[in-house]
Ligand binder design. Structure first.
Ligand code: HAM
Length: 429
């Protein structure tokens, strides 16, 4: 196939054999968020470029080198969203739904776009489920977000494979004081820093803490610690969060170097990381951003949220073999009909059964075929039972009912009794 007709590097098709696991994952998260009282919001995937520059920060990797930005036919600069928080803040402001201190607990799902170097767990189009809470400023809601994800890991069977890293960045004032101290310290060790960190020291010094370079990491060992610069309010907030996690029994690791790659955070930041996926080990990350709404032109409005990478979590379910058995079966019953008359009767019968059992996964054979070929398709579909309609069955107004997986003989069931019979032998999803 010519290259121009292939998918773009780092942008993947999710094939039919993979979608059941995606839907299981997405369904599990959606149900959990419903149960905790979160409401879904859907934003466009394209926004004005300015939105991301203003919120994520001009000197972040995302804005500096990863955005898919283009001019549309009106000459406006637009960008495919690299994340969801900015657009969510824009949406709540535009619709005035956080005005007057209204609490909003929102979640979203969808594709995000970053021009990163693709590798396992890192793509150029990837998918997030994110959530954002507005107008709650206490540590109780930060704790709820983390507790909810902890529950999710439990439901998915991956709790033992993830670790929570936690830090507080303080208010912008305390962060400012810390930044000064850090710059002073790092400037004194300028020669020992890697090139990227030397550049970051000028543009975004806190990001130096994030470095993967061993020499710079060695310099950082004696660097000033953020925790020593926290103001009283941030410190109390952080203690409040930790006390709540302790009360629920959620283990965490304090990571004073956790700064996150987006500029809007204040106070709490956290990441759920795993060592099961290689280099791209962060499966869910977020934090508080109390200044962002105001920075984008709204009234002061506290905010906190996180986003999880669906590809990474699906990969984890596969790696840890936490794939529920029932999701691999997509058909309960497969109806085979032989001859034109049986085909017509089969169609009508299938619809009657669907009326009575709306959750039954009933597939009717299409494309006719011999007894052997229809049976092969029935078996391949993964169905538990085949229904058979041939001349004999038509004459007696019955259907042959044949178990395909376990033991058991073929039986004849009267058309009128079919739905009731199926209800007793198929557990419907
Ligand atoms: P983020 O850390 O940039 O935060 O992304 C969140 C998660 O998205 C990551 O932990 C990872 O699982 C996934 N992810 C990010 N980039 C990629 C990629 N290139 N390929 C695959 N997965 C990826 C945010 O986006 C913030 N908006 C989170 C947030 C919400 N903070 C507050 N509210």
């Amino acid at each position: 196939m010519s290259k121009s007709l292939q998918a773009i590097r780092g942008m993947n098709d999710i094939l039919p054999e993979q979608t059941p696991l995606w839907r299981y994952f997405e369904g599990t998260v959606a149900r959990l968020l419903d149960n905790y009282g979160y409401k879904q919001i859907r934003m466009p995937i394209v926004e004005f470029t300015e939105l991301f520059k203003r919120s994520i920060g001009e000197v972040t990797d995302i804005v500096e080198k990863e955005m898919y930005t283009f001019e549309d036919r009106n000459g406006d600069s637009l960008t495919l969203r690299p994340e969801g928080t900015a657009a969510c803040v824009r949406a709540v402001l535009e619709h005035g739904i956080t005005g007057g201190g209204q609490v909003q607990k929102l979640w979203y799902i969808g594709p995000m776009f970053r021009h990163e170097r693709p590798q396992k767990g890192r793509y150029r189009q990837f998918h997030q489920i994110g959530l954002e809470v507005f107008n709650l400023d206490g540590p109780d809601i930060d704790a709820e977000l983390i507790i909810m994800t902890w529950r999710l890991w439990g439901e998915l069977g991956i709790r033992d494979a993830v670790k929570l890293e936690l830090n507080s960045l303080g208010t912008s004032e305390s962060r400012g004081r810390y930044r000064e101290a850090l710059v002073e310290y790092l400037s004194a060790h300028h020669d020992k820093l890697d090139e990227d960190s030397q550049r970051r020291l000028k543009t975004n010094p806190l990001r130096v803490l994030d470095t993967k370079n061993a020499d710079t990491q060695a310099v950082l060992v004696d660097a000033p610690k953020m925790a020593d610069y926290l103001d009283d309010e941030s410190r109390a907030h952080f203690e409040g969060l930790k006390a709540r996690l302790d009360a629920v029994g959620i283990p965490y690791v304090l990571n004073p170097k956790l700064v996150r790659g987006l500029d809007y955070y204040s106070k709490t930041v956290f990441e759920w990381v795993t060592d099961k996926l290689g280099a791209q080990g962060t499966v869910c990350a977020g934090g508080r951003y109390d200044g962002l709404v105001e920075q984008m032109g709204g009234k002061p409005t506290p905010g906190v949220g996180f986003a999880m990478g669906i590809e990474r979590l699906v990969l984890m379910l596969e790696t840890l073999e936490q794939i529920p058995e029932e999701i691999s079966r997509q058909v309960d019953v497969y109806l085979c009909a032989f001859g034109e008359e049986a085909e017509l009767a089969g169609l009508a019968l299938a619809e009657r059964v669907r009326d009575e059992l709306p959750n039954l996964r009933l597939q009717v054979n299409a494309g006719a075929g011999s007894f052997k070929s229809q049976f092969k398709k029935a078996d391949k579909s993964g169905a538990l039972y085949a229904l058979i309609l041939g001349d004999d069955e038509m004459a007696q107004q019955v259907v042959g009912f044949k178990p395909l997986r376990g033991q058991g003989e073929q039986q004849s069931i009267a058309w009128d009794a079919l739905a009731a019979h199926l209800a007793t032998c198929v557990v419907q999803g």
